[in-house]
Design a protein around this ligand. Structure first.
Ligand SMILES: Nc1nc2c(c(=O)[nH]1)N=C([C@H](O)[C@H](O)COP(=O)(O)OP(=O)(O)OP(=O)(O)O)CN2
Ligand SMILES: [Zn+2]
Length: 129
């Protein structure tokens, strides 16, 4: 099994409704997003999948989040979901899942991690048999 990892960053504000402290107020982070992709077979170039193809998918979702108020993004606002690191990891996973699998047969999105700061991050993954 091979595993590829690509990271990117974006800046965005959020507030955590109902949070018993400062994080309920408007504030921002430089978020880091990490994508992990797995699969068994390399292509004729010796790649599981071109990093560029993963970066392209990641940059599309990053463009939708960068310099935004995350609470206003559909998926958070409409559902009344707080844009925590956990919920962002889930949101990005669900947004990228199909597009990553479509890059090449036999590869799949393993997990998404989202850092709020260099010291704190959340990961979402789905278990497959
Ligand atoms: N499980 C989670 N806990 C917290 C989240 C989260 O998304 N998931 N988010 C927050 C707030 O967004 C908060 O801004 C982050 O707080 P913290 O990690 O403490 O980061 P700071 O930059 O404020 O660091 P300090 O060391 O506290 O100054 C809170 N919890
Ligand atoms: Zn925060």
């Amino acid at each position: 099994m091979f595993e590829l990892t690509v990271r990117s960053r974006f800046s965005a504000a959020h507030s955590l409704c109902g949070y018993p402290g400062d994080c309920a107020r408007l504030h921002g982070h430089t978020w880091t997003v990490e994508v992990k992709v797995t699969g068994d077979k390399l292509d004729q170039l010796g790649m599981l999948v071109d990093f560029k193809d993963i970066k392209k998918q990641l940059s599309m979702i990053i463009d939708q989040l960068d310099h935004r108020f995350l609470n206003d993004i559909p998926g958070f606002r409409e559902e009344g979901v707080n844009p925590t690191a956990e919920n962002l990891a889930y949101y990005i996973y669900k947004t990228l899942e199909q597009a990553i699998a479509a890059i090449r047969e036999g590869i799949r999105l393993k997990e998404i991690s989202v850092w709020e700061s260099p010291d704190a991050y959340a990961t979402y993954r789905e278990e497959f048999n």
